[in-house]
Design a protein around this ligand. Structure first.
Ligand SMILES: Cc1cc2nc3c(=O)[nH]c(=O)nc-3n(C[C@H](O)[C@H](O)[C@H](O)COP(=O)(O)OP(=O)(O)OC[C@H]3O[C@@H](n4cnc5c(N)ncnc54)[C@H](O)[C@@H]3O)c2cc1C
Length: 394
């Protein structure tokens, strides 16, 4: 069996890797591998802290994927020989003032009622454990089960294990024959055939001709990477999330000394880096960890999260030869182990009984109704195929 995966973000790459481990031949196609949303992501693996967003169909998916992470990370580290920057240190969610503390109490109630192991501690106790926290921090929720990984290292490891199976090219069109996707056409006109095509092009899936229009929204976010000066190392030993005047902000420390500060969230369609957003992030982070202003900025990245109307991923078959896997919104790094297994099973006809109860229906594209999925297929159907580029499997 041969599968083409369109898109080399964390979802396409991890799906391709899972398929290859099952003995399936894969070709991953992307003009700019691993430079989409996965390049921006902070890498928080945070099923409990994300409960704040009130998206109950997501909780079982996030929890199940978090449970898969230790094996996913260990297997990928072993296969690639790469260090993934995986940290199992706990997370603090801090309150910037008394009003934010009241919000945190509500968060704790919701997290506990959802079965998560969390505790609320006083600001003084939080500072004992994390001395760089500001004197104004007046309480913190401790979450032992929320961890982190470095997404740039994860995608680099995946690209390393898939190096012979990756083609740098843009897919323009799905090739359709008698109602079934049978391959893809690249922008230079090259046509590739496959038994199955997986479209995992993040927030750009609708730019590919032949993909039924998916109800995707682009949720732009700025994220800042910093390096801690040697004299202040280690500035933080766990992920610090917080509410500052009701605005969420986070700082993720990497094992290699990097800090990731994020993230803005906007749907204004502007791909540029917004000065006000960066200013706000630094100001809010300073309220929680004042020494953040003594660090060196190494990188500011702006990317679009691939959002869906209900913030739940869109994973499912769109015709007998094609599966889509997108809409991972702000949880794609956390959901990669589960999302890739589910996508690989759907593409190969594998058993999906392992998936959390109700999850297939929760992620299915058909949940939006066929009226929301009009085909944007090209008027003329392409004939099938012909040429495989160098480096791909036959
Ligand atoms: C600022 C920010 C912070 C985030 N933090 C976290 C976090 O802490 N934890 C978490 O779990 N998630 C986080 N996320 C969300 C996470 O990054 C995404 O959900 C995830 O990266 C989506 O992965 P993807 O593979 O679907 O998309 P992408 O990473 O965007 O990959 C899609 C790929 O498809 C390719 N592509 C597009 N069009 C075509 C085409 N026509 N042909 C071929 N290839 C194509 C692109 O080049 C790209 O490489 C964050 C996102 C942002 C923006």
């Amino acid at each position: 069996m041969h599968v083409i995966v369109v898109g080399a973000g964390i979802i396409g790459l991890s799906t391709a890797w899972k398929l290859r481990r099952r003995g399936v031949s894969v070709t991953v196609v992307d003009p700019n591998p691993a430079m989409g949303a996965s390049h921006a992501a902070a890498g928080m693996l945070a099923p409990a802290a994300e409960v704040v967003w009130g998206q109950s169909p997501l909780y079982p998916l996030m929890r199940a994927s978090a449970d898969l992470y230790p094996d996913f990370a260990a297997d990928l580290a072993a296969a690639s020989g790469h260090d993934l920057g995986y940290s199992r240190a706990e997370t603090f969610v801090c309150a910037g003032d008394r009003a934010d503390l009241a919000s945190l109490r509500e968060l704790v109630d919701l997290q506990r009622s959802s079965g998560f192991d969390v505790s609320l501690i006083a600001g003084s106790r939080a500072r004992d454990l994390e001395p760089s926290l500001a004197p104004g921090v007046c309480g913190a929720v401790t979450i032992p089960g929320d961890h982190s990984i470095d997404p740039r290292r994860v995608t680099a490891a995946l690209l390393a294990v898939l190096r012979d199976d990756t083609v740098r090219a843009r897919v323009n069109t799905l090739i359709n024959a008698a109602g079934r996707t049978v391959g893809v056409e690249l922008e230079d006109g090259t046509r590739l055939t496959a038994d199955q095509v997986i479209v995992a092009a993040g927030s750009s899936c609708n730019d590919i001709s032949g993909v039924p229009r998916l109800p995707l929204r682009q949720v732009w976010g700025e994220v800042i990477r910093l390096r801690v000066p040697e004299a202040l190392t280690p500035l933080l030993t766990r992920t610090i999330r917080g509410l500052v005047n009701a605005r969420p902000v986070y700082i993720v420390p990497r094992p290699d000394g990097e800090l990731v500060l994020g993230a803005t969230s906007r749907e204004d369609g502007r791909s540029g880096t917004n000065a006000g957003g960066v200013h706000q992030l630094l100001r809010d982070a300073e309220r929680l960890v004042p020494a953040i202003l003594d660090c060196d900025i190494t990188d500011i990245t702006t990317r679009a999260r691939p959002g869906s109307p209900d913030d739940v991923p869109i994973i499912g078959r769109i015709d007998p030869g094609c599966v889509v896997s997108t809409g991972f919104f702000r949880h794609g790094i956390l959901l990669a182990p589960l999302g890739s297994d589910l996508t690989a099973d759907l593409a190969t006809g594998g058993d999906t009984a392992w998936a959390p109860s109700g999850s297939l229906a929760a992620v299915g594209p058909e949940r939006f109704g066929s009226q929301n999925l009009p085909s944007n297929a090209p008027a003329t159907q392409h004939t099938v195929l012909i040429q495989q580029p160098a480096g791909s499997h036959p």
